[in-house]
Design a protein around this ligand. Structure first.
Ligand code: PEP
Ligand code: MN
Length: 268
């Protein structure tokens, strides 16, 4: 397997637009769940950059549970993401839902995100792998780690080398939170693969108040970075407001993360 740690020698870091995943620096990807408007995206993007984020996120095409929920600004959202990149200098990761969208999303995004709901979509995995772009693969909410790694193998086998994994919580019997954050996935994945491993404590918990603590725990157990949802005004968010940090909370969370990072030989 290309993902296998024992098959590679030397450089196993993943470089995307000057941002290095898997080195001593932890990479924080932050931004709103969904691009809702130009003002919302730009305000949030500038705030996360100021607090230390190295990569911007924001969904233009959204995989919503209900067909009646806001589905994203689609192409208009991509144009706003491009403007946010221009204004902040931060590269952009955004989700691609369908093989038919890969070319359009790849024309704007620096990194393509395959979401939890699409991790098993092998046609999409092949298409993003052949797109020439970096790829972030979320763990399917009911996928084993082996299935997560094999999803990455589809992408690697299609030609991509800039590939990053992201643990985002799984479904268990516990229903107190949105998902159960499987932190043992981090050291387990890192035992087997050279691919960098990120953690998304926002979708994993579904509650903003728990995000900073789980972010610290993720860093303590060896995560190479974090994906966190931040909204300039979480109470007004059209999607995932309950789990979105305000810029103030995000700033505080990053400051608190620094001590943990230092303890495990990393920097933020
Ligand atoms: C997201 O990051 O926007 C998202 C929808 O996450 P997940 O695929 O992990 O649910
Ligand atoms: Mn979200």
């Amino acid at each position: 397997m290309i993902f296998d740690k024992h098959n590679v020698e030397g450089e196993t870091r993943v470089n995307v637009c000057g941002v290095t995943f898997g080195g001593s620096e932890l990479i924080i990807i932050a931004g709103p769940c969904t691009v809702e408007s130009r003002g919302q995206m730009l305000e949030t993007a500038l705030a996360v950059k100021e607090a230390g984020a190295k990569f911007l996120r924001g969904g233009a095409f959204k995989p919503r549970a209900s067909p009646y929920s806001f589905q994203g600004l689609c192409s208009e959202g991509l144009a706003i993401l491009a403007e946010a990149r221009e204004k902040t200098g931060l590269p952009v990761v955004t989700e691609v839902l369908d093989t038919a969208q890969v070319a359009e999303v790849a024309a704007v995004a620096d990194m393509l995100q395959v979401g939890s709901r699409n991790m098993h979509n092998t046609a999409l995995l092949k298409a993003v792998g052949a797109s020439g772009k970096a790829v972030l693969i979320k763990r399917g909410m009911s996928a084993t780690l082996q299935e997560h790694l094999l999803a990455a193998e589809y992408v690697l086998n299609a030609g991509a080398r800039e590939v990053v994994l992201c643990e985002r919580g799984i479904r268990t019997f516990e229903n107190a939170l949105r998902f159960t954050l499987d932190l043992s996935a981090v050291p387990l994945l890192k035992e087997r693969t050279w691919l960098p491993v990120l953690v998304d404590p926002s979708h994993a918990t579904g509650r903003a108040a728990l995000v900073p603590a789980m972010a610290r725990a993720a860093v303590a157990c060896g995560a190479d970075g974090l994906m966190m949802e931040v909204h300039a005004h979480p109470d007004q968010a059209l999607c995932d407001g309950e789990q979105s940090l305000s810029p103030e909370m995000f700033n505080k969370a990053i400051i608190e993360l620094r001590a943990v990072a230092k303890a495990v030989g990393r920097i933020v």
